[in-house]
Write a protein of this length. Sequence first.
Length: 373
Amino acid sequence: PWDGVAHKCINADNWTTYHGSPQWISGYPLGAKALFSLPLGSNAFYLLSRGSYQRGKLVVEQSHSLELGGTVLVEVKVSYHDSKALAVASVCELARGLDEYGIGLFTPNHTGLLDENDQLNFEIKFTIPVGSTGTLLQIKQFESILPNFNQEIAALGDSVHFERIGLASTNYPITSIRTTEGSFVTANSAIKGSFQADRSLELVTSNAPVHAFVKLLDLDHNYHNQTTALNISTTNGYIKADIALETRSGIGGAFEVNARTSNALLRMNYSSSPARPSFQCTAMTTNSPARMVLHEEFDGDFEVESTLFTPSVELQSGQDPSDGGRFRVVVQDEDANRVFGSAHWVDMSFQDGAAGTSRVFVGTTNSPAQLVL
């Protein structure tokens, strides 16, 4: 089973320490702490919660000292009003599959009315040891399913790389990470922060905004017909995204970006791009303005669509971003509620210097739509 097998459980009477008026939170008269150690070389780490009337916060951070060695330290703190609530809760160290270790928070599934005496507030601190000087610490896989938990990842982009990471929550925000494959899913709460991915990244919520700074790195996946992909999705919340496209060589790369919301502003800016990438982007909203600013390196086809308002296409300076003496040829046309065309970089002999395989679409309804080339 996904939860795994419990190896060690903390119940009402065997927490490491107990506290009256816990200092880490206000509004709760009682608290307790427990510590767990997990092996750093695990194939996967996972955190989960099961049951009713629990909420809390997860913080993933890195130690600044060498004391942890080859272990990950997990500190669980719980705050509560009544010892009866703690008596029916368990926190367990779990194991599943081959070298996969986790922590589970378990409370009863209540069906009747609850009051504040039933409430448990958990704080989980997942502390990763410091890596060797000058190297990225590699974490193979990290997963969480923590409904009603705020999940925060410290600024680990320069020191920790997650090969795969997936965070799931409801009603609470999710922030930041550097990963190969990442999935961040919540509901009714924002996704905000800095994200870096070199294969795929998914930022999904509903009824809340997404405000992200994203770096997409193509590690030559296109030789295997793969793209570095980004998917941003919400409803009734704005999307503001600043996106950097990068390759090791500064040339080529294959990228795919999709962004969708409804009834809210959509604003995307591409701050950097390799030369001559293959780039596909679709960005859509409804009943609100949509604006996309492309990097000047863009070479390909474009389409902008709206209703009630005439879509607009604005040109930047037209200077060759590679200083290679190229100049830009832009052709555009209008048809009903859309503007479409192409933009290509050509040399002095009018030879197209790029493959021109990129394509972007920006769309909305009942509001202005603008593309800046």
